[in-house]
Design a protein around this ligand. Structure first.
Ligand code: DGJ
Length: 718
């Protein structure tokens, strides 16, 4: 996380430096459409004066009153509300006071600027630097904080938010996303009332599962897709997070985002830095749709690994074989991969362990040698066989975990997180390795590195993480157990940094027993994530809808499986709305189903760039009607793909017309229904006709079939 400055940047920094410690200093952080303004008060504290739609001239900026909204509120002096930071100095003084020192602007390129604002305690040698990185075109802001000190002994840091933001509105509407295994991203909206509402998690190895580190916050009125002032925010951290929303006695709201300080006081050594993860957000005055598109554009360019590169389509074997496979079965699956026309075969869990074979989830985890009974000729021969068949080969690992029934457990009991004097506590029959220990970091790194050294043809990894921390204690951290949650995640990032240094572009899917590790802290190392083990397309529409608010489609892996009773077409149409893959018995397809799927793969390969890199418009929400309609529009507005899913089970339902969005009113578009099942005329009666963008966006078309559980995909071409 330490950012090195080039000589050129350093020269620029000096040029852009504000006068030191001057009352009345204004710091304006502008993006194309928004402004964030800080002012230094008479008391030399830094205040947030404005956050919202761009102010058109300097006079407006000057006119904004300083306001009593501390940019990074401390604890111990006169702050009576939630602090951003709390420290006890090594003389026992539990207070911190922060005064403005300097601010510097570092321009990384035409689009990206970082403003570094240095604050200092006037009595104690403690420095806090607020880093605010703004992405001009995307209207996205990333904030993180660096805490250092020069006291004689360590200070204890109890709270260390990534950012504190203030709002003054008549009402605040919070949209949050919660869930569980197979129920990810359920959306709820409620009005914030006086007092504090906290969204957080305490799971250790992952951020979300029950609560998700993402939210919309609408000001004054509820927002919809096209109207309303709101921020969309998320924390880039793969562990415990905390989002605090506190409405005070005057009706002002402060939002404090960061690592969850729960059971995590941090002893900071003099001269060392505590660097928080980033809080990432965008402000929109045009509703949730625009906020999502801002985040998607940002994520594709800056937030996820290789966001602007293509992805592999694949066939996975988890749902069809579970742990029960051998070389012969896999050869058949390579053939199926080829037959379908997808790029890659992904071998899931169950390929390893000999003393304790991985024939179920109760043994073998940690012993990463090919299971001799299932794979007597090893991975190398599988890769050769896949290659002969003409498909790429990918493989599943879960490197941070161990089964008690494993050689790893027997050989390295000290590598495992477990409490002394208490029984081990299992979840999916497994324990978490102590990644804070550098030896364990090496073990995890070497697992990936050795596999790739031995088999450079491995084209894809699925990195799983099937449990959270319970009964956890690190024998490596000794008397610093309260560092565990933080150091674990930073150690994971260290390992991933090493892997990415050596293998910068290897596609990797992030998985966590379904979708439990979906955050931009991890996604900068991963090309995609597994959204949920629930692949029933009906459920999946809601799950994918939820993720689509914050994460671009290119990162969301959707597989066609045998979950759900809907037609293969319906399941395929749902999976297409993201990174499509298969996990299904291809050899049980009827000839028509096979033909349909082969055509669907070809169609997907033809249109996927629009889905992966286009702008998403959510037209009809499944939370509001018995259907969902979404469309993706290419950047130059010459192509669009519309998906409509009818989600009722009645004989018929008459849906109204849908007005499209994001097209060019002046252009004429031809509309064709695609992805039809062999022999079907399709559902869209106006297929093949042309309309102006103006008509499509103002009058609209009937795009949703009335009959139960049916779907349409429309290709819209200039
Ligand atoms: C949980 C994942 O979500 C599944 O896709 C599968 O990889 C299993 N783990 C394997 O154990």
């Amino acid at each position: 996380m330490i950012r090195k400055l080039t000589v050129l940047t350093a020269i620029f920094l000096i040029a852009a430096m504000h006068l030191i410690a001057q009352e009345g200093t204004i710091i304006r952080i502008g993006t194309k459409s928004n402004d964030l303004v800080y002012k230094v008060g008479k008391d030399m504290r830094l205040y947030q004066s404005y956050l919202g739609t761009k102010l058109v001239n300097e006079q407006s900026i000057k006119a904004i009153p300083v306001q009593e909204h501390l940019a990074y509120a401390t604890f111990g002096t006169d702050n009576l509300f939630e602090p951003a930071i709390r420290i006890t100095h090594n003389d026992g003084n539990p207070s911190l006071e922060l005064h403005y020192v300097t601010s510097q602007v570092e321009k990384l390129n035409d689009n990206v600027t970082i403003t570094h604002i240095k604050l200092k305690d006037p009595q104690y040698p403690v420095d806090v630097t607020l880093h605010i990185k703004s992405y001009f075109i995307e209207n996205v802001v990333e904030q993180w904080v660096e805490i250092t000190h020069q006291e004689k002994k360590p200070v204890t840091v109890f709270n260390y938010a990534s950012s504190m933001l203030h709002f003054d509105a008549s009402h605040y509407w919070l949209t949050q996303f919660h869930g569980d295994w197979a129920e990810e991203m359920r959306m709820q909206e409620s009005e914030l009332t006086s007092g504090t509402k906290i969204l957080d998690s305490k799971l250790g190895t992952r951020a979300h599962m029950y609560q998700t580190p993402v939210f919309f916050l609408s000001l004054n009125n509820k927002s919809d897709e096209n109207n309303g002032e709101l921020i969309a925010g998320t924390l880039g951290w793969s562990g415990n997070f905390q989002l605090v929303f506190e409405v005070d006695e005057k009706g002002s709201l402060r939002v404090v985002s960061g690592i969850n300080p729960f059971a995590s006081e941090y002893s900071l050594v003099p001269g060392k830095s505590f660097i928080t993860p980033s809080f990432i957000y965008t402000f929109s005055n045009k509703g949730k749709g625009e906020a999502s598109r801002n985040l998607h554009r940002w994520a594709i360019k800056y937030g996820i690994m290789d966001g602007n590169k293509p992805r592999y389509t694949l066939l996975n074997n988890w749902e069809t074989t579970f742990f029960n496979f051998n070389e012969q079965k896999l050869s058949g699956l390579f053939e199926d991969t080829k037959k379908l026309g997808v790029d890659l075969f992904l071998l899931d869990d169950g390929w390893f362990g000999n003393k304790y074979p991985r024939n179920g989830d109760n043994a073998g985890l940690g012993d990463w040698q090919e299971n001799k009974a299932k794979l007597p000729n090893g991975i190398g021969s599988l890769i050769k066989e896949a290659d002969k068949t003409g498909v790429k080969f990918g493989i599943w690992i879960e490197p941070e975990m161990v089964n008690p029934k494993s050689e790893l457990y027997e050989q390295h009991p000290d590598w495992i997180l477990k409490l002394p004097n208490r029984p081990e506590n299992y979840y999916r029959n497994q324990l978490v390795l102590d990644l804070t220990n550098p030896q364990v970091q090496d073990f995890v790194y070497k697992l990936v590195d050795d596999m790739l050294q031995k088999h450079p043809e491995i084209a894809f990894f699925k990195w799983d993480c099937n449990r959270m921390m319970t009964n956890s204690y690190s024998s490596y951290l000794k008397n610093q157990q309260s560092h565990l949650y933080i150091v674990y995640v930073n150690s994971l990032y260290k390992v991933l940094d090493r892997i990415r240094l050596k293998y910068p572009h290897l596609p990797m899917m992030l998985c966590s027993g379904g979708g439990g590790r979906v955050d931009y802290g991890a996604l900068k190392y991963f090309t995609e994530f597994w959204a949920s083990d629930n692949t029933d397309p009906f459920e999946r529409i809601f799950i994918q809808w939820g993720y689509s608010n914050f994460f671009p489609s290119i990162s969301v892996c959707n597989h066609i499986t045998s979950w759900g009773k809907q037609s293969l077409k319906f399941r395929t149409d749902v999976a297409m709305m993201g990174k499509m893959g298969y996990d299904i018995q291809v050899n049980e397809f009827t000839p028509d189903e096979l033909k349909f799927s082969q055509d669907a793969v070809n169609t997907y390969k033809r249109i996927n760039d629009i889905i992966w890199h286009g702008d998403l418009y959510r037209l009809i929400s499944p939370y509001e009607e018995n259907r969902a309609v979404l469309m993706y529009v290419s950047e130059n507005k010459s192509k669009a793909i519309l998906f409509s899913y009818s989600m009722h089970v009645r004989f018929n339902e008459n849906f109204g017309k849908v007005r499209m969005q994001g097209l060019d009113a002046e252009k004429t578009y031809k509309i064709e229904e695609i992805n039809k099942f062999p022999g079907s005329r399709g559902f869209f009666r106006e297929s093949g006709k042309s309309f102006t963008g103006d008509y499509l966006m103002k009058v609209g078309l009937e795009v949703s079939p009335g009959s139960a559980l049916t779907s349409t995909v429309l290709e819209i071409t200039e």
